[in-house]
Write a protein that binds this ligand. Structure first.
Ligand code: AMP
Length: 282
C-alpha cells in the first residue's frame, strides 16, 4: 500500500493506473478510521474486482467545519489509519495537507442549492459548500470510476449524488449501509469524544429511531405523531440537546406530512459537546 501526500505525485500515480487500464474505486474519509469506514473499503474491493485499485483519501477538510473548535478537536490518527487500510487491502492512501488543497488565495466554491438547505445544511451553515467543494476537488484528483459513501451521512450522500449528476461527472455513486456498534450506536469518529456516561446514553438515539419505525410499521402514518414520538424519546436522554429531528423524502430531503415506506427519519443531537447524527428508513 502506498501513501501519497502531494498532488503531483498523486497525479502521476493515477495516470499510471489509468494507462494500465485499471478501474479506480474511491472512498473519501476524514480519517480516524473505524469499522464503518472499513466496511466501505471492503465494499469498494468487492465492487472493483481484481483488475482495479482502491484509493482512500484521508483529509480533515477545514472548509466543511463551521466551528473552529470542532475542527481543532477532530481526531487525527494517520498511523492507525494506515494499518487499518493496509489490512483492508487498500492500494493507495491520499492524505494531502490543507495548504496543498487550499492555497491562501483559494476562491472557487461548489454550491448545491436544494438538497443542502434543510437539516445539517440549516444547522451548519456553509457545511455542504465545503463538502461539495472538497468532493469535486478529490474527484478531479483521484478520477475514480466509482465512489462509495455511507448512509450514515444520508444528506451528504444525496448532495454528492446530485453534484455528480448536475456536473456530469463520470462517476458511479454507491451508498453503503450504516455500520453500528453492538448496542446500536452508529459508528463515528466523533464517538471517541463521548465520556462513558454519554457513550452509554448515546445508544438510546438509535433506539428512539427504531421505536418510531415500529410505530410506523403498526400503521401510524402521521408525520407529526411519529416525530413527536421520536422527539419525546430523544428528549428523555440525559444531557441531550436536540439539533433536529425530521421525517423526509429520502431523495429530496423535503419534510413529508404523511409517512410512507422509504421515508427517512433523520436526527442530529448534541450529547454533551459531541454532535451525533443518525437516520433510519421507514
Ligand atoms: P467521515 O470520515 O466521517 O467523513 O466519513 C467518511 C465516509 O464514511 C462517509 O461516506 C461516511 O458516510 C462513511 N461512514 C461514516 N461512518 C459510517 C458508518 N458507521 N457506517 C458506514 N459508513 C460510515
Amino acid at each position: 500500500m502506498k501513501l501519497i501526500r502531494s498532488i503531483p505525485q498523486l497525479r502521476s500515480w493515477i495516470s499510471k493506473i489509468q494507462r494500465q487500464g485499471r478501474t479506480i474505486g474511491f472512498v473519501p474519509t476524514m480519517g480516524a478510521l473505524h469499522e464503518g469506514h472499513i466496511s466501505l473499503i471492503h465494499r469498494a474491493r468487492q465492487h472493483a474486482g481484481s483488475h482495479s485499485v482502491v484509493v482512500v483519501s484521508v483529509f480533515v477538510n477545514p472548509t466543511q467545519f463551521n466551528q473552529k473548535s470542532d475542527l481543532k478537536k477532530y481526531p487525527r490518527t494517520l498511523t492507525e489509519d494506515q494499518k487499518m487500510c493496509q489490512k483492508a487491502g487498500v492500494d493507495l492512501i491520499f492524505a494531502p495537507s490543507s495548504k496543498a488543497m487550499y492555497p491562501s488565495d483559494f476562491s472557487t466554491w461548489v454550491n448545491e442549492q436544494s438538497l443542502s438547505l434543510p437539516l445539517c445544511g440549516k444547522s451548519r451553515p456553509g457545511h455542504f459548500r465545503g463538502v461539495c467543494t472538497v468532493a469535486l476537488k478529490l474527484f478531479n484528483l483521484v478520477q475514480p470510476d466509482f465512489a462509495i459513501f455511507g448512509q450514515k451521512d444520508a444528506q451528504q450522500a444525496q448532495v454528492i449524488r446530485r453534484l455528480i449528476r448536475d456536473l456530469n461527472l463520470p462517476i458511479q455513486m454507491i451508498i453503503a449501509p450504516t455500520l453500528r456498534e453492538r448496542d446500536g450506536l452508529a459508528m463515528s469518529s466523533r464517538n471517541k469524544r463521548l465520556n462513558p456516561q454519554e457513550r452509554k446514553n448515546s445508544t438510546r438515539i438509535y433506539q428512539a429511531l427504531k421505536q418510531t419505525r415500529a410505530a410506523f410499521r403498526k400503521g401510524n402514518r402521521s408525520s407529526a405523531n411519529l416525530k413527536r414520538l421520536a422527539r419525546n424519546q430523544l428528549l428523555k436522554i440525559p444531557k441531550l440537546r436536540l439539533d433536529y429531528l425530521e421525517l423526509v423524502d429520502a431523495s429530496t430531503f423535503q419534510s413529508v406530512q404523511r409517512a410512507s415506506h422509504g421515508n427517512l427519519l433523520a436526527t442530529a443531537a448534541f450529547l454533551g459537546k459531541t454532535r451525533l447524527i443518525d437516520n433510519i428508513f421507514l
